[in-house]
Design a protein around this ligand. Structure first.
Ligand SMILES: [Zn+2]
Length: 501
């Protein structure tokens, strides 16, 4: 089983303050100090920015126990995303101070459960590090958060089950981060599948892995095409959660882009600084998100079948690599002219979403580091959301916001769809110019989803850690969308149960 980094020690918040623990007091702008502290702090300390609630300001008063004050800014401006990112940075600071057992006091005025949950998630993830490729691993339990209790604000509403769910989600995120950080030559499609098989309890899921022969036999011509430039063979991974619900309806399909390294192919990557090219090992962050979510969902049990699907391949330069202008037949039967070999994510996703359509998915969400254009549009702070269905869009937006991973709706209309014409095949994998690239990428995939409610999440920018969390890790992977997909599955599961009653 996958060992999550020290995530199991989160204790349920007792209402009374755990007096033997170090105290972490979160201060909102214009908030009030807890009464017992009011008197004990000298006047000049009370003027400190952390006590005034300035966002990100920190004051550590050493002692036994120590007191840490941390400013979280004005509550009306605080989002779940902020809470997760500031908590992750703060957790690092606590680790550096070796304050392994802390009691958190949330401001009395803080009534938003999503903010509190995301804060706790951030603390859990502060323990995450990627050191499996170093000869000396830091197993230093001393410098990890071990016990966290909490009280104050709406935290009394956070149940034991909520904490268990958060812990599963953090484990899923940690697993996704690990897959993303592994180098391209290490985490090949085969190794990716091997790690998933090892991480997820086989009693809880059914895992199917198609090898190259099967992929070709089934007719996944686009996945086959992208993989042909590499000596490393592709895989098509299917993880069915909720074994007891096999074949039950409605099913949610999560499809993740799994390009284990993207060289760009023969059209080459242009406009990317050579130092940044190594980041292309993370072009499977979508696949990592869906298997990370599957791992979490085996524990949290959403009450509907969820199937995670990942087309996995390298996109290499080689003597057998796709030539620009080559035409291949997709799994769905449509022919595609590949004008841009670096627009490979949409190709493998086209075959993967068609798989979901064939299996009569009720909903499809695909997650992909798809376009540089989306990074230009939204930076790291938002995930680009494209869809063919308004109600489903609303569901995913709400799930993403509550999970501290906000998404922003972007257009995918026939105006873009019509741009993907080829003079020699049914479709081209690129538009005529570079304008509207994120929408064109989405619309290519949309050609293959038919009428199934579908959302495409472009995480090309948001796959990287953002905000203060980005400053404290030496690695970049955020494990983005694991939390959102888990939240979404539960929302849909709850609604489905509600409808049946
Ligand atoms: Zn590419």
């Amino acid at each position: 089983m996958y060992r999550a980094p020290s995530l199991e020690n989160l204790e349920i918040g007792s209402k009374s303050s755990a007096s033997e623990r170090h105290q972490l007091i979160l201060m909102a702008k214009k908030g009030t100090l807890p009464k017992e502290l009011e008197k004990s702090l000298p006047a000049h300390v009370r003027e400190h920015a952390a006590i005034k609630g300035d966002k990100g300001a920190k004051l550590v008063l050493h002692g036994s126990p120590s007191k840490v004050f941390y400013g979280i800014g004005a509550l009306k401006d605080l989002t779940p995303q902020d809470a997760a990112e500031y908590a992750e940075a703060l957790g690092h600071a606590l680790n550096a101070e070796q304050l392994g057992e802390v009691h958190v006091t949330f401001p009395a005025e803080l009534k938003d459960r999503d903010i509190i949950s995301n804060f706790l998630k951030g603390l859990l993830l502060a323990n995450w590090k990627f050191d499996e490729l170093k000869t000396k691993q830091d197993n230093g339990k001393k410098s990890e958060l071990r016990k966290v209790s909490f009280a104050g604000g709406a935290s009394a509403e956070i149940t034991k089950a909520d904490v268990a769910n958060l812990s599963s989600i953090a484990t899923g995120i940690a697993f996704a981060r690990e897959l993303i950080e592994l180098p391209g030559s290490t985490a090949t499609p085969e190794e990716f599948c091997a790690r998933v098989t090892k991480a997820i309890d086989p009693k809880l899921v059914s895992i199917e892995i198609w090898d190259e022969k099967r992929i070709r036999k089934e007719g996944m011509g686009l996945l086959g095409a992208v993989s042909q430039g590499s000596v490393i063979p592709p895989r098509f991974l299917i993880v069915r959660t909720g074994k007891d619900m096999a074949g039950k309806k409605p099913a949610l399909y999560l499809v993740g882009k799994g390009v284990t390294f993207d060289t760009g192919g023969i059209n080459l990557k242009t406009g990317i600084p050579f130092r940044d090219l190594k980041g292309m090992k993370g072009d499977m962050a979508g696949a990592a998100a869906v298997v990370g979510a599957a791992l979490a969902l085996t524990q949290t049990k959403p009450g509907l079948p969820v199937v995670a699907v990942a087309p996995l391949t390298q996109n290499s330069i080689g003597s057998r690599a796709i030539l620009p202008g080559d035409v291949f037949k997709s799994y769905a039967g449509k022919t595609v002219e590949i004008e841009n070999t670096d627009a490979e994510g949409r190709l493998i996703l086209a075959d993967a979403v068609h798989f979901a359509v064939q299996e009569k998915a009720h909903w499809i969400v695909d997650v992909a580091t798809l376009t540089g254009a989306c990074v230009v549009a939204l930076g790291k702070h938002f995930t680009g959301l494209f869809s063919n269905h308004n109600e489903f869009t609303e569901e995913v937006l709400l799930a993403a916001e509550a999970s501290g991973e906000p998404a922003w709706p972007m257009p995918s209309t026939s105006r873009y769809k019509d741009e993907l014409k080829s003079s020699v095949a049914d479709l081209s994998n690129m538009g005529k110019g570079r304008d509207g690239g994120a929408s064109l990428g989405a619309c290519f995939i949309e050609h293959f989803v038919g009428t199934t409610p579908w959302v495409h999440l472009d995480i090309a920018g948001s796959a990287d850690l953002g905000g203060p969390a980005a400053a404290v890790h030496s690695t970049h992977a955020a494990g983005r969308m694991v939390h959102t997909l888990v939240t979404l599955a539960h929302r849909l599961g709850d609604q489905h149960r509600g409808n049946k009653k």
